[in-house]
Design a protein around this ligand. Structure first.
Ligand code: ASP
Ligand code: MG
Length: 449
């Protein structure tokens, strides 16, 4: 059994919906499928805007309702398919208006309608195209969560409930019909609607896949899986066929078009491969993320070159650090107390340099750091990383990295690497970041014998 998940763009306009339906039909011909869908693109944002407007006294569901109905119209489907949900949405907005403020609970209720419209539309189009399908709200097929509105977590017995409701092959309740289930949403045990957080449909797909012990989870997006570099920066970037969970997690930090590690964890834990595919290129193999990934290739361990711009480097120099114990603890305690995440660290005997990716919280922390040593802050830097299992143990990588960057006349301001690590990270000036990524990609992927 396969879980096949489509994001907002894939269910956001008639042409994409047809493409997604064709993909489902192709899979269905080969075996059982459960479909998970997001709200049509922009609909969740529109709903939250409407919820905020309602809190300010303006109840207006029409922009969303218009968008949803126009999708139905494109397939000559009756508006009555979503009538119950439209009424419930209007009622929810009226309640918010009466309350005069927007609670997290009400925001979740209003936001949930995007996916609830989406499953009904998608299942109807699928059926009309010859693949009998039934729409389900996730909470009616076992997705029961805690009451943390806006970031709910499924209860530990929800997997068993999903299995009961949909069966291990996803056809228990829907018989010969393909189940089309909402991503993103759930309900508390006492029946209040929750969401798993923005972008939560991928997480839903992984949870459903894990619950039903799917053979594979397919996440359909609008890019060719995970690429060796950002294709807008490196024209020769190509799709990475296989990634390990560790590598995917490293890349997620850099905003690579890859799933958030939390999202795929339920699947990885059950050893279920998660494949990222492109609806615009359905023949492509995409990228498959596996717990272990491909065995590290110590000759060519690099899988991708990633970068993150606009980070800030902080250097603390103190002669008191020399041979002292507890210095680093004291330093990091300051960052911890100010809730600033530190990403990269390099030390010498008398200095510590680290990077942070938001500097808006930095000022009060800097004042405290100045009591520890001389502090220098350098903004406008980029983190560039070569990611791949075994990078830290491969011979000659550093040599190639340094000469490629020297040839490109890029100055390296900080380095972090080590045995057993899945990345080598460098800091360069923002203005040099793209050139660095291109030079590294060329040296590592194109010049390979
Ligand atoms: N529709 C939700 C959002 O926009 C969930 C998702 O798309 O994954 O955040
Ligand atoms: Mg999404």
């Amino acid at each position: 059994m396969r879980v096949v998940k489509f994001g907002g763009t894939s269910v956001g306009d008639p042409t994409r919906i047809v493409a997604a339906c064709d993909i489902v039909a192709g899979k269905r011909a080969k075996g059982p499928v459960v479909v998970v869908v997001s709200a049509a693109s922009k609909v969740t944002d529109m709903l939250l805007k409407a919820a905020n407007a309602a809190a300010a006294g303006v109840v207006d569901a029409e922009p969303v309702v218009g968008r949803v109905r126009s999708l139905l119209d494109a397939f000559s489907l009756p508006h009555s398919l979503v009538e119950r949900e439209v009424l419930a949405l209007r009622e929810a907005l009226a309640t918010v208006a009466k309350t005069g403020s927007l609670s997290l609970e009400h925001a979740d209720l209003v936001a949930s309608f995007g996916e609830r419209f989406s499953v009904r539309t998608f299942a109807a189009v699928l059926s009309a195209r010859g693949v009998t399908a039934t729409a389900f709200d996730a909470f009616d097929v076992g997705m029961i969560t805690d009451a943390q509105f806006g970031a709910a977590e499924p209860l530990s017995d929800s997997a068993a409930r999903v299995r009961d409701a949909l069966g291990v092959d996803g056809v228990a309740h829907a018989k010969d019909s393909v189940a089309v289930v909402t991503g993103f949403i759930g309900k508390t045990e006492d029946g209040r609607v929750t969401t798993l957080g923005r972008g939560g449909s991928d997480y839903s797909a992984a949870l459903f896949g894990a619950a039903m012990r799917a053979d594979e989870i397919e996440i359909w997006t609008d890019v060719d899986g995970v690429m060796t570099a950002d294709p807008r920066v490196v024209r020769a970037a190509r799709t990475i066929p296989v990634l390990s969970f560790t590598e995917a997690a490293e890349l997620a930090y850099f905003g690579a078009k890859v799933l958030h590690p939390k999202t795929i964890h339920p699947a990885v834990r059950e050893n279920i491969p998660v494949r990222v595919l492109n609806t615009f290129n359905p023949e492509g193999e995409g990228t498959v993320i596996l717990e272990a990934g491909a065995p590290p290739d110590l000759e060519h361990p690099a899988r991708a070159i990633a970068s993150k711009k606009s980070i800030t480097m902080v250097q603390v120099v103190s002669s008191r650090m020399l041979l002292a114990h507890g210095f680093l603890a004291k330093l990091f305690e300051v960052f911890a107390r100010h809730r600033i995440a530190v990403d990269m660290v390099a030390t010498s005997e008398v200095s510590v340099t680290l990077t942070v990716d938001r500097d808006d919280l930095l000022t009060p922390a800097l004042n405290e750091l100045r009591r520890i040593g001389d502090v220098q802050v350098v903004a406008g830097r980029s983190l560039v990383a070569i990611v791949g299992l075994g990078i830290g143990d491969a011979l000659g990588i550093a040599g190639r990295v340094f000469s490629a960057l020297a040839r490109a006349r890029v100055n390296i301001e900080l380095i972090s690497a080590g045995s057993g690590r899945a990345n080598m990270s460098l800091v360069v000036a923002d203005a040099d970041a793209d050139a660095a990524v291109r030079a590294l990609h060329h040296a590592i992927f194109d010049e390979r014998a």
